[in-house]
Structure formats: structure tokens, C-alpha cells
Design a protein around this ligand. Structure first.
Ligand code: S3P
Length: 441
């Protein structure tokens, strides 16, 4: 990991806005496409694959399991699949900071008759893994959690799976996807019941590869292909721009009266775009222009015009739909008039860091009034921002980027410590910040 201790100083932006014509590829979709390409028979080409640390870790793991990959002259990722037969890797798979890589791959590996150890960095080794151990063991895999408090490293002995009926105890696309990928190699039928709708990229990608499933509200039914697994075709993919990365610029513009940003070719999966409704409720002007579907996913352009925002309440079914945007929504709350209330978001405490505690601490350091709740926070704005000794990322990419957005509106430059973690999801973040008028040292 390149998390290191690098710091940046973000200066107040006098002008902010502009047009980003190519947003970096969606991280969730890049992970899944890398995994499915590695399972496929033949050569898959991926345009706009996100070359961030998390996705590179997924691709490296797929290579350790027998796939081959390289970049073409045109800059596309090319993957030679294993035709569904993964090899036992020579050593442990290190997934770095990436919960998506570890949890989804654990499902896939559980289907194969191989023994694999999986680990990650300190943050990943402190995140809950019982949530995947339980359903995978019900399916017949043997999962040992070798870390403290039921955390990674994980040791998996896969093979011999059968379908299950499983009501997810928490709204988690990672756990749902883990079970769906395991079901590819299971005998019989799996039924998953979600407590709330979560991102459905796995379902869309599998269906577009010809894997049938029935989706009835929050209930997904999928038949397994047994130990031989499915025969997945290799094909070309075009990854849409990452809505969660675009979110930083949407909030930066929304909270600045008169500013405007336009972001092209952004993924508009309706299970990812609740931030648009939140910004509209806060008073911002949001225009969405649908584009051509990018394979299994809707895409389009988003324009946001800034105004003096007002506070709003966020909770319930909206939460999984904007879970990764909540740090930057807290920033919007700090710049808005009145209270912004975030509830039902206890999952934030088990992300790359405890994002409720990290945001509350950082916002207070800059003079924002915040009340921390077990499942969220109340942010009272508009804050009279004051700049003290700087803020920390806690090694969490989204905390670093959310604080950079707030710094654009501070009266003086803000130092953000330990920002190497931005590489985890958005390697071009600082360049794009500069393109839109920010000044960073
Ligand atoms: C992801 C799902 C979400 C999200 C994460 C990526 C995915 O996690 O926070 O950044 O790609 O499936 P959970 O499903 O654990 O909430």
C-alpha cells in the first residue's frame, strides 16, 4: 500500500467548477468484471478499468488463481480467463485495503476444490468477516478466521457447495455478491432475501453473461451449476464512470453558490444515485442527461449548480444507496443552513475506518458542530470554519477526499495528513481537483 504519511495542503478555492469528460471507472464494477473475466473462457477486454490499488489487488489475486492479464496499446485491460478452473495459489492472497476483493473472492473461492488463505492490511484485518463465514459455511465451505475478533486472515477450504435460503442480517452488497458467486459452483438453488435494496452490479453482470436468476423485490433466486460451474463467455466490457468518485465534485459544486460542474459518462445505476435526491432536497440544481447504456449499466452526464444549501434528513432505504457518499454528505451538511441528520448508518462504523468517528472528529477540528450518534450523526451548519492543526485521513480514502472538498470552502489552507490512501479508489483525484480550480500543494 502507498498509504504512507504523505500530506497535502488544500487551498481555499476562489472559483470552482468545470467539466470532467471521463470519470475513472466504477470501482465496484471493475472488481466484479475482473473476477468474471478471470472465470471466463477466452480473452476479455475491459475499457475504463479502474487502475486503483483495490482493483489492482483483485486482478493480482485473479492472476495468483490462474488468470493472465496485461494492458493493450489502447490502454484496455485484457484478461485471459481460466475457463472456470482456478488453481490453488502458491501463497496467501493479499487484498490490501479492499473489503470488496476479499469478501467477493471468498465466495468464488469457496466454490472451488482449493485451499486458500486471504489477508489484507491492518484496516482490512479489523473488518467483520463473520458476515461471510456464516452463509459460506451453511453452503458447505470450511472457513477459518485466523485474526482477532473474527477477522481476517481467512483460510478457506472450498468445494462441495449446496444452495441455501438466506436472509441477510445486514444490507450488504458485498455479502450478497459473495453468496451469488459461491452459488455459481453450488448444487441446487440459493434464495437471498435482503433487508434493504443494495447495489446490484453482480446480478446485472451475471445476467448479462447469461446466468439466469429471478429477482422479486428483495428476493433473489439463482440456480447453481454444480461443481463444474458455469461456462462464462469472454467479451468486451466498458466500465461506466464511478458515481461515488463523481460525488466529491457534485458536493463541492452544490455547496458553492454559482458554481457548476458537469461530469460525463457516469454510472447511473439507481441503486447508487440517492445522492442526487439528497442534493436536490438540500436545494441544489441537479440535471441528469441519460446516455447510452454501458453494457449492463445505465450511464449519463450529471450537472450540478451550487446554491446556499439547506440541511436534510437521510436514513432508511436511502442508506445503502449512498453508503460510500456519507462522508462527503456530512461535508455538505457542514456547509448547509440548519441540521443534516444521518441515521440508520451504523455500517459506517465498519468501513475502511469508523467513518462516523473519523468525520465527527475532523469536522469538529475545523469548527463544525457535530453530534455523533451510534448509527450516524447530526451536523449543524453553516459552520464558521476555522483552521487548526490540520485533519487526518485515518488511512481511509473517502475521509481524505471528503475533507479535501470541505477545505475548498475553508477561509485558510487546510493540511490533510496521510493522503496516500486516495490511491485506493481514485488515483487521479488531485489532478481532477486542480482541473476544477482547486489548488493543492
Ligand atoms: C461495495 C458495497 C458496499 C460499499 C463498498 C463497495 C461493493 O459495501 O460500501 O465500498 O462493491 O459491493 P457493503 O456491501 O459491505 O455495504
Amino acid at each position: 500500500m502507498s498509504q504512507g504519511t504523505q500530506s497535502v495542503i488544500v487551498h481555499p478555492a476562489t472559483l470552482f467548477g468545470g467539466h470532467l469528460k471521463q470519470m475513472p471507472g466504477d470501482k465496484s464494477i471493475s472488481h466484479r468484471v475482473a473476477m468474471l473475466a478471470a472465470l471466463a473462457t477466452g480473452e476479455t477486454t475491459v475499457k475504463n478499468f479502474l487502475p486503483c490499488e483495490d482493483c489492482v489487488n483483485t486482478m493480482r489475486a485473479m492472476e495468483a488463481l490462474g488468470a493472465r492479464s496485461f494492458y493493450s496499446d489502447a490502454g484496455d485491460l485484457v484478461v485471459h480467463g481460466t475457463a472456470g478452473k482456478m488453481l490453488e495459489p502458491a501463497g496467501p492472497l493479499d487484498l490490501g485495503n479492499s473489503g470488496t476483493s476479499l469478501r467477493l473472492l471468498a465466495g468464488l473461492i469457496s466454490g472451488m476444490p482449493i485451499k486458500v488463505e486471504m489477508t489484507g492490511d491492518e484496516s482490512l484485518r479489523s473488518r467483520p468477516m463473520s458476515r461471510i463465514k456464516e452463509p459460506l459455511e451453511l453452503m458447505g465451505a470450511k472457513i477459518e478466521l485466523l485474526g482477532k475478533n473474527n477477522c481476517a486472515p481467512l483460510r478457506i477450504q472450498g468445494g462441495g457447495l449446496k444452495g441455501i435460503t438466506y436472509a441477510l442480517p445486514m444490507a450488504s452488497a458485498q455479502v450478497k455478491s459473495c453468496i451469488l458467486l459461491a452459488t455459481l459452483y453450488a448444487e441446487g438453488t440459493t434464495v437471498i432475501i435482503e433487508p434493504r435494496p443494495t447495489r446490484d452490479h453482480t446480478e446485472r453482470l451475471l445476467q448479462s453473461l447469461g446466468v439466469p436468476m429471478t429477482i422479486d423485490g428483495l428476493r433473489i433466486t439463482m440456480h447453481g451449476f454444480g461443481a463444474k460451474g458455469p461456462t462464462l463467455p469472454a467479451r468486451a466490457w466498458q466500465i461506466p464512470g464511478d458515481f461515488s468518485s463523481a460525488a466529491f465534485w457534485m458536493v463541492a459544486a452544490a455547496a458553492r453558490p454559482g458554481a457548476q460542474v458537469t461530469l460525463d459518462h457516469v454510472g447511473l445505476n439507481p441503486r447508487r444515485t440517492a445522492l442526487l435526491n439528497v442534493l436536490q432536497r438540500m436545494g441544489a440544481k441537479v440535471t441528469v442527461t441519460p446516455g447510452k447504456h454501458s453494457d449492463a449499466e445505465p450511464v449519463g452526464s450529471i450537472s450540478v449548480h451550487g446554491v446556499k444549501l439547506r440541511g436534510t434528513e437521510i436514513g432508511g432505504d436511502e442508506i445503502p444507496n449512498l453508503i460510500d457518499e456519507l462522508p462527503v454528505i456530512a461535508v455538505a451538511g457542514a456547509l448547509a443552513e440548519g441540521e443534516t441528520v444521518i441515521r440508520d448508518a451504523a455500517e459506517l462504523r465498519v468501513k475502511e475506518t469508523d467513518r462516523i468517528a473519523a468525520m465527527a472528529t475532523n469536522l469538529r477540528l475545523l469548527g463544525v458542530e457535530v453530534e455523533e450518534r451510534e448509527d450516524g450523526m447530526i451536523v449543524r451548519g453553516p459552520a464558521a470554519l476555522k483552521v487548526g492543526g490540520g485533519v487526518r485521513s485515518y488511512g481511509d480514502h473517502r475521509i481524505a477526499m471528503a475533507m479535501a472538498v470541505l477545505a475548498l470552502s475553508a477561509p485558510e489552507p487546510v493540511c490533510i495528513n496521510n493522503v496516500g490512501c486516495v490511491q485506493t479508489s481514485y488515483p487521479g483525484f488531485w489532478n481532477d481537483l486542480k482541473t476544477l480550480g482547486g489548488h493543492v500543494e
